[in-house]
Design a binder for this molecule. Structure first.
Ligand code: THU
Length: 126
């Protein structure tokens, strides 16, 4: 877990956030034990911005991973995951532990189920 958090913090340094200046890093642990990072990447057309959590997860899926064990997110102030990322994490990871850390290393632990109660997902589509 410490390694996962450290990588999320490192990824935060790679954020491209010239508009909001709110930098975010994320790191996803795959069931195979691999850690894949992401950072937020903003666009001048603001709505095209992609959050760090989704960059990490989409990188992991594109690299061939489909099973995930834990997610770490690093923000300046311990801010939590946005609603869109909560949905994507739930869809791709199910219920996993999520660790959120701030710039001082203060840690909050939660889960994807706690962050998205009564989630909509593929079970409602069958
Ligand atoms: N952001 C993330 O990367 N993850 C979140 O869960 C919350 C928001 C980014 C998007 C945007 O680049 C900046 O933070 C401000 O919203």
């Amino acid at each position: 877990m410490e390694k996962l958090i450290a990588i999320a913090q490192k990824m935060r340094e790679r954020a491209h956030a010239p508009y909001s200046h709110y930098t975010v890093g994320a790191a996803i642990l795959t069931s195979a034990g691999k850690i894949i990072g992401g950072c937020n990447v903003e666009s001048s057309s603001y709505g095209l911005t992609c959050c760090a959590e989704r960059v990490a997860l989409f990188r992991a899926v594109a690299a061939g991973h489909s099973s995930f064990k834990a997610l770490a997110v690093a923000t300046e102030n311990g801010g939590s995951l946005c609603g869109a990322c909560r949905q994507v994490v739930w869809d791709l990871c199910g219920n996993i532990p999520i660790i959120i850390t701030d710039k001082n290393g203060k840690i909050k632990k939660t889960t994807s189920a706690d962050l998205l109660p009564d989630a909509f997902d593929q079970t409602k589509l069958k």
